[in-house]
Design a binder for this molecule. Structure first.
Ligand SMILES: Cc1cc2nc3c(=O)[nH]c(=O)nc-3n(C[C@H](O)[C@H](O)[C@H](O)COP(=O)(O)OP(=O)(O)OC[C@H]3O[C@@H](n4cnc5c(N)ncnc54)[C@H](O)[C@@H]3O)c2cc1C
Length: 482
């Protein structure tokens, strides 16, 4: 059962499924159209879990030409298209509709060009974030944005959601690393945006597509900036008897002269999951840990680590751990990145992902804790302290309709609180369907209408990623007036 309303399905379109599939078979090799029920089920959901829809078919193009031909055909017959990368969306962004097709880019995963002199790499959109770094690792370079899903999520998905990561405070989100894009518009036209090795001037069209969640076009190629790997990384892990002390300590470090590359707070539930999975030596008898990463030469990193300990002293951390061995640092991040998946063993997980002004982090986390308690839900929290990104989860029984209702009410309260303290509901993961209907808590009616008019300019019939990002009721009105 979907916990979130789905757009109306055109039964007439669903009844024409065989006809659409036959046409699609003429556009891409037969094996690249998944149309049996079992195969379509694989693409019915994404990592969000609370929203599913069995698509009419799934098309797995291998070339830009195939993407263009498929889009042109769908445009001509008025078929909805849902671009998809790896399906790691935590907001239902990659879920299609019963009267639409999934256009999955995962087979377009080639590195097209590596240019070490200009420190850039051109790739197809279905390549994973990790594979981009692997392609340039031999040159001592890496693709800097590092969402926790980096091993699985694709560059197309990272661009569509403007994915951020633990090192977002130092490197920024994905959009800052995109130099040029090739996208296919809803009618199949292929356009190129940006300036390759030079920053493009004029209207920031790349900025328009980054974070658009597949609403404006399908990203097929990207030219990305790559940066040198640091000589070493060092982690300083500090234990605290409250989440609030950990967050306050992070604030102190931020306001000092130290420039850390990551500042993550993990609460007791998350620590337990990390330890069960990775056994990296986090203290289990504290309420929170603050993970501070610094980088530089071994000597610099050691000095920065000492400065972190000194800055933290006033907050009386209960013990600390320093991790300097590079393999151990990598293992620690792999463990932190797996925490979300690990929490899934405790119940159905609903991710609460918002961004708030860093000075309001303590307030936001306290409020989320109170909201969880008010609705009788168990919660767990991590946050990226420098950017004010709160990544909490609510744990519930996904087969219990009362629990589903309580989670929906709790999410609405979180959205209200986020808007009240000047936060951003899209957070790191975007809007998708999960936050679609609460966007009006944050955005004024005129802002929502402007965004929808922009969408209509690119896609008059709202065929791309239909039913996402904007409140469902407003979308129906807006797509009817164009
Ligand atoms: C365990 C876990 C940890 C995560 N950690 C983070 C994190 O640290 N930071 C973060 O930002 N996110 C995180 N996420 C969320 C998710 O991984 C990101 O949103 C990621 O960018 C999605 O990439 P994807 O390839 O899986 O895209 P999908 O899930 O397939 O799609 C996501 C959205 O992008 C659109 N899209 C996909 N490909 C294209 C394309 N080629 N052209 C146009 N639109 C496209 C889809 O239509 C959809 O709207 C995490 C998810 C999981 C499961």
């Amino acid at each position: 059962m979907n916990a979130i309303a789905a757009p109306a399905v055109s039964r007439a379109t669903v009844l024409r499924r065989d006809e659409f599939v036959a046409h699609l078979h003429g556009l891409v090799p037969v094996g690249d159209v998944v149309h049996d029920e079992q195969g379509r089920h694989v693409y019915a959901g994404d990592a969000f879990g609370a929203y599913q829809a069995l698509p009419l078919a799934v098309v797995l193009p291998a070339t830009v030409r195939e993407v263009s031909q498929v889009l042109r055909y769908c445009y001509e017959v008025g078929l909805k298209v849902f671009p998809r990368g790896a399906g790691t969306s935590l907001v239902g962004g990659a879920v299609a509709a019963e009267d639409g097709i999934v256009l999955c880019l995962s087979r377009m995963n080639n590195v097209l060009e590596v240019d070490p002199v200009n420190r850039m790499v051109r790739v197809e959109a279905g390549i994973t974030n990790a594979a981009v770094s692997t392609a340039v690792a031999g040159l001592g370079l890496r693709f800097a944005p590092d969402p926790a899903s980096w091993q699985a999520s694709t560059i197309g998905g990272n661009i569509a959601t403007n994915a951020g990561g633990a090192r977002g405070m130092s490197v920024g989100a994905t959009g800052r690393h995109v130099l040029a894009l090739k996208i296919v518009l809803v009618d199949g036209e292929v356009i190129e945006l940006g300036g390759g090795e030079l920053e493009a001037s004029g209207l920031d069209l790349i900025g328009l597509v980054v974070g658009a969640e597949g609403m404006l076009g399908v990203v097929v190629e990207a030219t990305l900036r790559v940066v040198p790997e640091p000589e070493t990384r060092r982690l300083v892990v500090l234990g605290f008897q409250s989440v609030l002390s950990a967050v306050a300590c992070a604030g102190k470090i931020l306001s000092s002269v130290i420039v850390p590359t990551a500042l993550e707070v993990l609460d007791r539930e998350v620590i337990a999951v990390c330890e069960d999975f990775g056994g990296i030596g986090l203290p289990r008898d504290v309420e929170a840990v603050l993970v501070v990463e610094v980088e530089g030469s071994a000597e610099e990193a050691e000095q920065l680590g000492a400065a972190v300990l000194q800055a933290a002293d006033a907050y009386a951390p209960v013990g600390h751990l320093e991790i300097a061995d590079q393999a151990q640092v990598a293992r620690s991040w792999a463990t932190f990145n797996a925490a979300f998946t690990g929490l899934g063993r405790l119940g159905t997980v609903r991710c609460v992902d918002i961004a708030v002004p860093p000075a309001k982090l303590v307030e936001a986390m306290t409020e989320i804790g109170s909201i969880a308690t008010r609705y009788g839900l168990r919660g767990a929290s991590m946050c990226r302290a420098a950017e004010g990104i709160v990544r909490s989860v609510l744990l519930y029984d996904g087969s219990n309709s009362e629990d589903i209702g309580r989670v929906a009410d709790a999410m609405a309260d979180v959205a209200r609180m986020c808007a009240q303290i000047g936060g951003v509901l899209a957070g790191e993961h975007g809007v998708g369907v999960a936050k679609r209907d609460v966007m009006s808590y944050q955005l004024a009616e005129s802002d929502l209408v402007f965004g929808m008019r922009l969408k209509s300019t690119f896609d008059t019939e709202w065929l791309l990623s239909n039913g996402k990002v904007y409140p469902l009721a407003d979308q129906v009105v807006q797509s009817a007036v164009v």
